[in-house]
Design a protein around this ligand. Structure first.
Ligand code: PLP
Length: 296
Protein backbone atom coordinates (compact mmCIF):
# COMPACT_ATOMS: atom_id res chain seq x y z
CA UNK A 1 0.00 0.00 0.00
CA UNK A 2 1.24 3.49 -0.79
CA UNK A 3 2.30 6.31 1.56
CA UNK A 4 0.15 8.77 -0.37
CA UNK A 5 -3.28 8.72 -2.01
CA UNK A 6 -5.34 11.07 -4.16
CA UNK A 7 -9.11 11.04 -4.49
CA UNK A 8 -10.89 13.39 -6.92
CA UNK A 9 -14.48 14.27 -6.06
CA UNK A 10 -16.87 13.93 -8.99
CA UNK A 11 -19.39 16.24 -7.32
CA UNK A 12 -17.87 18.39 -4.54
CA UNK A 13 -21.09 20.38 -4.15
CA UNK A 14 -24.73 19.29 -4.43
CA UNK A 15 -25.42 22.72 -5.97
CA UNK A 16 -23.73 21.65 -9.22
CA UNK A 17 -25.81 20.99 -12.39
CA UNK A 18 -27.84 17.73 -12.60
CA UNK A 19 -25.74 14.63 -12.91
CA UNK A 20 -26.05 10.89 -13.27
CA UNK A 21 -27.38 9.69 -9.89
CA UNK A 22 -25.57 6.37 -10.39
CA UNK A 23 -22.17 8.00 -10.95
CA UNK A 24 -19.52 7.21 -8.33
CA UNK A 25 -19.08 10.07 -5.83
CA UNK A 26 -15.29 10.02 -6.25
CA UNK A 27 -12.47 8.30 -8.07
CA UNK A 28 -8.88 7.47 -7.19
CA UNK A 29 -6.22 9.23 -9.23
CA UNK A 30 -2.46 8.98 -9.54
CA UNK A 31 -0.87 11.72 -7.40
CA UNK A 32 2.24 11.58 -9.62
CA UNK A 33 0.23 12.65 -12.68
CA UNK A 34 -1.17 16.21 -13.19
CA UNK A 35 -4.95 16.30 -12.53
CA UNK A 36 -5.77 20.01 -12.66
CA UNK A 37 -6.58 22.24 -15.65
CA UNK A 38 -4.32 25.26 -16.19
CA UNK A 39 -7.60 27.22 -16.30
CA UNK A 40 -8.61 26.18 -12.80
CA UNK A 41 -9.19 29.29 -10.67
CA UNK A 42 -7.58 27.56 -7.72
CA UNK A 43 -4.30 27.57 -9.67
CA UNK A 44 -4.64 30.89 -11.47
CA UNK A 45 -6.05 33.02 -8.63
CA UNK A 46 -5.72 30.98 -5.45
CA UNK A 47 -9.52 31.13 -5.48
CA UNK A 48 -10.60 28.25 -3.31
CA UNK A 49 -10.52 26.79 0.18
CA UNK A 50 -8.82 23.96 2.00
CA UNK A 51 -8.48 22.09 5.27
CA UNK A 52 -5.65 19.92 6.56
CA UNK A 53 -6.63 17.20 9.04
CA UNK A 54 -4.50 15.04 11.28
CA UNK A 55 -5.01 11.32 10.84
CA UNK A 56 -4.07 9.41 13.99
CA UNK A 57 -3.80 5.62 13.70
CA UNK A 58 -6.04 5.70 10.63
CA UNK A 59 -8.73 7.98 12.08
CA UNK A 60 -9.40 11.54 10.89
CA UNK A 61 -9.26 13.85 13.91
CA UNK A 62 -11.57 16.79 14.62
CA UNK A 63 -13.26 15.65 11.39
CA UNK A 64 -16.61 17.37 11.88
CA UNK A 65 -14.97 20.60 13.12
CA UNK A 66 -12.79 20.68 9.97
CA UNK A 67 -15.84 20.07 7.76
CA UNK A 68 -17.76 22.85 9.53
CA UNK A 69 -14.88 25.24 8.97
CA UNK A 70 -14.64 24.13 5.32
CA UNK A 71 -18.33 24.93 4.81
CA UNK A 72 -17.92 28.26 6.58
CA UNK A 73 -14.91 29.17 4.38
CA UNK A 74 -16.99 28.25 1.30
CA UNK A 75 -19.76 30.58 2.48
CA UNK A 76 -17.25 33.43 3.04
CA UNK A 77 -16.03 33.06 -0.56
CA UNK A 78 -19.57 32.64 -2.00
CA UNK A 79 -18.56 29.19 -3.26
CA UNK A 80 -21.24 26.51 -3.69
CA UNK A 81 -21.76 24.71 -0.36
CA UNK A 82 -19.61 21.57 -0.17
CA UNK A 83 -21.56 18.31 -0.09
CA UNK A 84 -20.23 17.21 3.30
CA UNK A 85 -21.36 13.59 2.90
CA UNK A 86 -19.35 13.36 -0.34
CA UNK A 87 -16.30 14.91 1.36
CA UNK A 88 -16.58 12.58 4.37
CA UNK A 89 -16.61 9.58 2.04
CA UNK A 90 -13.68 10.86 -0.03
CA UNK A 91 -11.53 11.52 3.05
CA UNK A 92 -12.24 8.06 4.47
CA UNK A 93 -11.46 6.46 1.09
CA UNK A 94 -8.13 8.30 0.79
CA UNK A 95 -7.12 7.35 4.33
CA UNK A 96 -8.12 3.72 3.82
CA UNK A 97 -5.86 3.56 0.76
CA UNK A 98 -2.79 4.56 2.79
CA UNK A 99 -0.43 2.07 4.28
CA UNK A 100 -1.28 2.09 8.02
CA UNK A 101 0.77 4.65 9.97
CA UNK A 102 0.63 6.21 13.44
CA UNK A 103 0.46 9.69 11.98
CA UNK A 104 -0.76 10.83 8.60
CA UNK A 105 -2.65 13.81 7.23
CA UNK A 106 -5.31 14.59 4.68
CA UNK A 107 -5.72 17.83 2.79
CA UNK A 108 -9.08 18.63 1.26
CA UNK A 109 -9.29 21.33 -1.41
CA UNK A 110 -12.22 22.88 -3.23
CA UNK A 111 -11.54 25.51 -5.90
CA UNK A 112 -13.96 27.68 -7.85
CA UNK A 113 -13.16 25.40 -10.80
CA UNK A 114 -12.51 26.27 -14.41
CA UNK A 115 -13.27 29.87 -15.25
CA UNK A 116 -16.82 30.19 -16.59
CA UNK A 117 -17.78 26.55 -15.89
CA UNK A 118 -19.51 27.30 -12.54
CA UNK A 119 -18.49 23.92 -11.28
CA UNK A 120 -16.02 23.58 -8.39
CA UNK A 121 -13.06 21.22 -8.43
CA UNK A 122 -12.43 19.11 -5.33
CA UNK A 123 -9.89 16.60 -4.17
CA UNK A 124 -8.45 14.89 -1.12
CA UNK A 125 -4.75 14.17 -0.86
CA UNK A 126 -3.55 12.01 2.03
CA UNK A 127 -0.01 11.12 3.02
CA UNK A 128 2.13 9.94 5.90
CA UNK A 129 3.32 12.72 8.24
CA UNK A 130 6.89 13.88 8.70
CA UNK A 131 8.56 13.45 12.05
CA UNK A 132 7.80 16.41 14.34
CA UNK A 133 9.56 15.04 17.43
CA UNK A 134 12.08 17.90 17.57
CA UNK A 135 9.50 20.71 17.26
CA UNK A 136 7.23 19.02 19.81
CA UNK A 137 9.97 18.51 22.40
CA UNK A 138 12.54 21.30 21.92
CA UNK A 139 10.02 23.87 20.73
CA UNK A 140 10.13 26.67 18.19
CA UNK A 141 11.67 30.14 18.22
CA UNK A 142 9.08 32.68 17.11
CA UNK A 143 9.14 36.27 15.94
CA UNK A 144 6.26 38.70 16.20
CA UNK A 145 5.29 40.09 12.79
CA UNK A 146 2.80 42.82 11.96
CA UNK A 147 -0.21 41.31 10.16
CA UNK A 148 -1.02 44.71 8.67
CA UNK A 149 -4.72 44.50 9.60
CA UNK A 150 -6.57 45.79 12.64
CA UNK A 151 -7.96 43.16 15.02
CA UNK A 152 -11.52 43.99 13.87
CA UNK A 153 -10.80 43.44 10.14
CA UNK A 154 -13.22 40.52 9.98
CA UNK A 155 -16.20 42.77 10.69
CA UNK A 156 -14.98 45.98 9.05
CA UNK A 157 -13.75 44.40 5.78
CA UNK A 158 -15.24 40.91 5.21
CA UNK A 159 -14.06 40.97 1.56
CA UNK A 160 -10.49 40.51 2.84
CA UNK A 161 -11.61 36.99 3.90
CA UNK A 162 -9.65 37.11 7.16
CA UNK A 163 -10.74 34.09 9.17
CA UNK A 164 -11.52 31.96 6.09
CA UNK A 165 -9.10 29.19 5.12
CA UNK A 166 -8.45 30.16 1.52
CA UNK A 167 -5.86 28.73 -0.87
CA UNK A 168 -4.07 32.10 -0.94
CA UNK A 169 -1.28 31.15 1.47
CA UNK A 170 1.57 32.95 -0.32
CA UNK A 171 1.58 35.57 2.46
CA UNK A 172 1.69 32.88 5.15
CA UNK A 173 4.67 31.24 3.43
CA UNK A 174 6.39 34.64 3.05
CA UNK A 175 6.01 35.16 6.81
CA UNK A 176 7.85 31.87 7.45
CA UNK A 177 10.68 33.02 5.19
CA UNK A 178 10.86 36.31 7.10
CA UNK A 179 11.09 34.32 10.34
CA UNK A 180 13.97 32.29 8.87
CA UNK A 181 15.75 35.51 7.83
CA UNK A 182 15.49 36.59 11.48
CA UNK A 183 16.87 33.26 12.68
CA UNK A 184 13.51 31.94 13.94
CA UNK A 185 11.31 28.96 13.10
CA UNK A 186 7.82 30.37 13.26
CA UNK A 187 5.70 33.49 13.57
CA UNK A 188 3.03 35.02 15.76
CA UNK A 189 1.12 37.69 13.86
CA UNK A 190 0.17 40.88 15.69
CA UNK A 191 -2.64 43.12 14.44
CA UNK A 192 -1.73 46.63 13.26
CA UNK A 193 -3.36 47.94 16.45
CA UNK A 194 -1.22 45.73 18.68
CA UNK A 195 -3.11 42.51 19.50
CA UNK A 196 -1.82 38.94 19.39
CA UNK A 197 -3.45 36.96 16.57
CA UNK A 198 -2.20 33.53 15.35
CA UNK A 199 0.68 31.86 13.52
CA UNK A 200 0.73 31.54 9.70
CA UNK A 201 -0.39 27.92 10.13
CA UNK A 202 -1.19 27.56 13.82
CA UNK A 203 -3.14 28.92 16.77
CA UNK A 204 -1.47 30.63 19.73
CA UNK A 205 -2.09 29.30 23.25
CA UNK A 206 -0.38 30.52 26.42
CA UNK A 207 -0.58 29.66 30.07
CA UNK A 208 -0.82 32.08 32.98
CA UNK A 209 -1.32 30.40 36.36
CA UNK A 210 -3.91 27.66 36.06
CA UNK A 211 -5.54 28.96 32.89
CA UNK A 212 -4.80 28.49 29.20
CA UNK A 213 -5.55 31.51 27.01
CA UNK A 214 -5.93 31.98 23.27
CA UNK A 215 -6.80 35.07 21.21
CA UNK A 216 -10.18 33.61 20.19
CA UNK A 217 -12.27 34.03 17.07
CA UNK A 218 -13.72 37.19 15.56
CA UNK A 219 -10.20 38.64 15.12
CA UNK A 220 -9.79 37.60 11.49
CA UNK A 221 -8.09 34.37 12.58
CA UNK A 222 -9.05 30.72 12.21
CA UNK A 223 -11.33 28.87 14.59
CA UNK A 224 -8.64 26.29 15.45
CA UNK A 225 -9.66 22.65 15.62
CA UNK A 226 -6.52 21.71 17.60
CA UNK A 227 -7.19 24.58 20.00
CA UNK A 228 -10.66 23.16 20.71
CA UNK A 229 -9.06 19.85 21.69
CA UNK A 230 -6.25 21.51 23.68
CA UNK A 231 -8.90 23.35 25.70
CA UNK A 232 -10.75 20.05 26.17
CA UNK A 233 -7.55 18.46 27.52
CA UNK A 234 -7.03 21.44 29.85
CA UNK A 235 -10.55 21.17 31.29
CA UNK A 236 -10.07 17.42 31.83
CA UNK A 237 -6.94 18.35 33.83
CA UNK A 238 -8.75 20.94 36.00
CA UNK A 239 -7.24 23.92 34.20
CA UNK A 240 -9.27 26.96 33.17
CA UNK A 241 -9.59 28.04 29.53
CA UNK A 242 -10.33 31.51 28.23
CA UNK A 243 -10.12 33.76 25.20
CA UNK A 244 -8.21 36.98 25.74
CA UNK A 245 -7.58 40.03 23.59
CA UNK A 246 -3.96 40.53 24.59
CA UNK A 247 -0.90 42.39 23.41
CA UNK A 248 2.63 40.99 22.96
CA UNK A 249 3.33 41.38 26.69
CA UNK A 250 0.71 38.73 27.45
CA UNK A 251 2.89 36.29 25.48
CA UNK A 252 6.26 37.58 26.70
CA UNK A 253 5.20 37.29 30.36
CA UNK A 254 3.29 33.99 30.00
CA UNK A 255 4.39 31.02 32.14
CA UNK A 256 4.68 28.99 28.94
CA UNK A 257 3.16 29.09 25.43
CA UNK A 258 2.55 26.94 22.36
CA UNK A 259 1.66 27.07 18.69
CA UNK A 260 -0.96 24.39 18.05
CA UNK A 261 -2.17 22.98 14.74
CA UNK A 262 -3.26 19.85 12.96
CA UNK A 263 -0.41 17.54 11.91
CA UNK A 264 2.45 19.20 13.86
CA UNK A 265 0.15 19.28 16.92
CA UNK A 266 1.60 21.16 19.92
CA UNK A 267 4.93 22.95 19.56
CA UNK A 268 6.12 24.83 22.64
CA UNK A 269 7.43 28.37 22.04
CA UNK A 270 10.98 28.51 23.36
CA UNK A 271 11.67 32.15 22.54
CA UNK A 272 9.89 35.30 21.39
CA UNK A 273 12.01 37.73 19.34
CA UNK A 274 15.10 36.12 20.89
CA UNK A 275 13.94 36.33 24.53
CA UNK A 276 13.67 32.87 26.11
CA UNK A 277 10.34 31.44 27.27
CA UNK A 278 9.98 28.50 29.64
CA UNK A 279 9.14 25.18 27.92
CA UNK A 280 7.02 22.79 29.98
CA UNK A 281 8.23 19.54 28.43
CA UNK A 282 6.17 17.25 30.62
CA UNK A 283 2.82 18.98 30.06
CA UNK A 284 3.54 19.35 26.32
CA UNK A 285 4.44 15.66 25.97
CA UNK A 286 1.24 14.62 27.77
CA UNK A 287 -0.81 16.90 25.55
CA UNK A 288 0.79 15.60 22.33
CA UNK A 289 0.39 11.99 23.45
CA UNK A 290 -3.32 12.64 24.09
CA UNK A 291 -3.79 14.42 20.74
CA UNK A 292 -2.02 11.65 18.77
CA UNK A 293 -4.56 9.02 19.78
CA UNK A 294 -7.65 11.20 19.71
CA UNK A 295 -10.59 9.38 18.18
CA UNK A 296 -12.59 12.41 17.11
N1 PLP B 1 -4.33 29.43 11.86
C1 PLP B 1 -3.93 29.29 10.58
C2 PLP B 1 -3.70 30.50 9.75
C3 PLP B 1 -3.77 27.99 10.04
O1 PLP B 1 -3.41 27.86 8.75
C4 PLP B 1 -4.00 26.87 10.86
C5 PLP B 1 -3.84 25.50 10.34
O2 PLP B 1 -3.27 25.26 9.32
C6 PLP B 1 -4.37 27.07 12.19
C7 PLP B 1 -4.55 28.37 12.66
C8 PLP B 1 -4.60 25.90 13.12
O3 PLP B 1 -5.80 25.27 12.81
P1 PLP B 1 -6.04 23.74 13.13
O4 PLP B 1 -5.68 23.55 14.57
O5 PLP B 1 -7.48 23.56 12.90
O6 PLP B 1 -5.16 22.94 12.24
Amino acid sequence: MPSQALVMLNRPSAEMPPHDPYAAPHRFADPAVPQLSVLDLGATRGDGIFETLSVGFGRPQAFEHHLRRFASSAASLDLPAPDLAAWRGAVLAAIAALEPADEAWAKIVMTRGIEGAHSPTGWVYAAHSSDFTRERSEGVAVVLLDRGYRHDVESTSPWLLAGAKTLSYAINRAAFREAARRGADDVVFVSSDGYLLEGPSSTLVYRRGDTLYSPGTGLGILDGTTLANVFRFAREHALGTAFELGGPDALRTADTAWLVSSVRLVAPIRSVDGAGLHVDREFTAALNAWLRVLAE
